[in-house]
Each structure stands twice: as structure tokens, then as C-alpha cells.
Design a protein around this ligand. Structure first.
Ligand code: ZN
Length: 187
């Protein structure tokens, strides 16, 4: 019995032909008709060896490149990278909208908090969640406008939303996006 340079499993069924698959987690699976001689499967595997090895290698490389990894499993280095991008984006957007809204602000801090997209302290320091950089641009703008509006109203009263609405009339659309899709920014 020839040895193959990879482990594999054989699944017999009522199918008529032989087929070979690489599963999502990188296993080799042979689908075979019932009662097919072992020698036929062996020959088939030998013929397909090059193809299988090529695909196994690609799967491994993809996994190493983070292709199958989601953002919840980022390395510290990748996190810092995104944080820096977010810092740049939020710094520019805050400066832009603060001028339009005629408000001042203090420090800008970029955080990662599952339950918060942004916040504004009494002395005007702003926090933004870097995961927002994966949201549509208008959603980011809304969060910036929202936090800056707290420089006028430290609450979520109608007066507060009037300020937000003056700058962004369709802000409810962005709120809806966050409600429906916010969780996806963690995936
Ligand atoms: Zn608020």
C-alpha cells in the first residue's frame, strides 16, 4: 500500500465517481463509491498528490497570513496599527466638526471598549472606539458629531439631538446602522 505524504479520510457513499476535497480546516477527504477496490483509491490519491500538496500549502499560508482569522483575534501589533489609523482619522474629523459646531475639546483617546463607540468627559476629553474605522464613513462622522454635541449638552435630551440634527439631518440612519451592524465590527 503506497504511503501518501498527508493523512486523509475516505467517505463511502452511493456516489458513482471518486472525488477529493480539502476541507476548510485543511483535512484531505476522499469521497468514494461503495465497494470500490482500495487499489483504485490508492492510484487516484497518487495521481492527485501534487494537487493535494499544493492546496494544503496554500491553506497553511492563508492561515498564517491571517486570511481565515477575524478581527477578534488580531495580534497586538495589528491592533496598534489600527489604533494609529483611527487616531489619525478621529483627530482630523474632530478638528473639522468642532470648527463647524463652534465647540472646543481636550484630549482625544482611542480605545477598544465593547460597549462604547465614543464618550465625552465633562472637561471635553474625547474617547473613540477604533473599531469604528470599519464602519461606513457617515457612521464615524455621526459618532464625532455626537460626542462634540455633548460639549453643549451633557445629556441625550431633545436639545442635544437638535444640535446633532443641525449638522447631520439623517443621524437616525447612522444610529440604526450601529444598532443593526455594530456587533459585526468585532468580527
Ligand atoms: Zn452621548
Amino acid at each position: 500500500m503506497p504511503a501518501h505524504p498527508f493523512p486523509y479520510e475516505i467517505i463511502y457513499s452511493s456516489r458513482k465517481t471518486l472525488a477529493i476535497q480539502i476541507t476548510a480546516d485543511g483535512k484531505v477527504r476522499v469521497r468514494a463509491p461503495k465497494r470500490i477496490p482500495n487499489s483504485v483509491i490508492e492510484r487516484f490519491l497518487t495521481e492527485k498528490e501534487g494537487w493535494v500538496l499544493k492546496h494544503l500549502q496554500k491553506k497553511k499560508a492563508d492561515a498564517e497570513n491571517g486570511y481565515f482569522r477575524d478581527r477578534a483575534q488580531l495580534s497586538e501589533q495589528e491592533r496598534n496599527h489600527y489604533r494609529e489609523i483611527a487616531r489619525d482619522i478621529f483627530t482630523k474629523k474632530t478638528a473639522y466638526y468642532a470648527q463647524i459646531m463652534s465647540v472646543t475639546y481636550g484630549r482625544i483617546t482611542i480605545r477598544e471598549q465593547k460597549t462604547r463607540w465614543g464618550s465625552c468627559s465633562i472637561d471635553g476629553n474625547l474617547n473613540f472606539n477604533w473599531r469604528l474605522i470599519f464602519a461606513p464613513e457617515e457612521v464615524l462622522n455621526y459618532i464625532v458629531i455626537h460626542e462634540l454635541a455633548h460639549r453643549r449638552e451633557m445629556n441625550h435630551s431633545p436639545a442635544f439631538y437638535k444640535i446633532v440634527g443641525e449638522i447631520m439631518p439623517d443621524y437616525k440612519k447612522q444610529q440604526k446602522w450601529l444598532r443593526e451592524n455594530g456587533q459585526k465590527l468585532w468580527n
